[in-house]
Design a binder for this molecule. Sequence first.
Ligand SMILES: *Cc1c(COP(=O)(O)O)cnc(C)c1O
Length: 407
Amino acid sequence: MTVSGLKSPESTVQCEYLIPESAVPPSRLLMGPGPSETHSSVLAALARPTVGHLDPYFLQLMNEVQEMMRQVFQTKNRLTLAVSGTGSAGMETCLVNLISPGDRVVVGVNGVFGGRMKEVARRAGADVLAMERPFGEVFSLEEIEAAIKQHSPKVVALVHAETSTGARQPLAGVAKLVHDAGALLVVDCVTSLGGCEIPIDAWDVDAAYSGSQKCLSCPPGLAPVTFGPRAMEVLQTRTSAVQSWYLDMGLVSNYWAESSRAYHHTAPINMNYALHEALRIVLLEGLEVRFKRHELNHRALRAGLEAIGIEFAVREEHRLPMLNAVKIPAGIDDAGIRGRLLREFGIEIGAGLGPMKGLTWRIGLMGETARPKNVLLFLAALEQCLASQGYRFSPGASVAAANHVYF
Ligand SMILES: *Cc1c(COP(=O)(O)O)cnc(C)c1O
């Protein structure tokens, strides 16, 4: 036995429990669809002392988290808070609070997360019309307008940045269409928040949700959500109880509101420290600068990949900077390359999802990951992996092309 009472490998004392070694995760470079790289000060924040969920210190910290989330969402919405849970909990929060059984909902399904929204809305009792588009494509204003005409929905739900495909849904003009029809616009900005423009107020979005582990570069575990005035009106006038007790904004917001602070559930205290630090880092950098950094690194990655003959899976005008879906070249073993990247270089990238499985790689440049050092290392490592499978290209061409963008 060691002094701390933990069993050491050379212990001679009989121990009646099976106790593994203390867990020490490997150090990885996270270049997949999330989680992304975290800043060391965010990880340090997680290790600070846990206080009570009604401790005056924590209440003050919640206020600051809320105010910083408003700035990152570019909104004045009072009901802006961090839901305890991952991005999917943010999705459920927005949908179950706005939908009552029998409500009509239009959901855009052009990837895995649109499909998830459809399922969440269905389980909340909605009558769902799913607009569908092949993976990698987006919806036109005409298609959205036609779906609204056909279904007369109360809610229109769209994914802004479809992480499963790498496509960005244009939102210009969408809110007006939706509002002219008397409906609410709900937007999934899990992957876009903190990585590209998604100004909630300027674009007149009624409810939006995100996740901590994508372009905010915090570990997974919290979901920033925001509800605008039209959505508030629906929350305040609904007659049926929200289907989820845990995610009921009427109850949760009593805890986040400075005037009440009623216990609802124990907030994940240390995760809120981490989000506080991550949001501080986002704002210290500045949204504009941060979005430009994502663009620059995306352009460098793209130049590098194209220089060795690797093509993007999404049309240029709809590509996301933080999630690069590229076609796996013919004859190349998908799992072989990803496995070797992880084993030899500690680099994680994402596989294709759904119909893109085995056909694409998803290379994430989210938040802290979007740095030249990561892009250059990844390209150099990918060249080695591709060469080992007999792929033909000019060695060094990808790194040179990326550097050309940086110079
Ligand atoms: C990651 C993601 C989600 C789900 O978030 P989890 O944290 O995995 O629950 C939802 N929507 C989009 C667009 C995402 O990228």
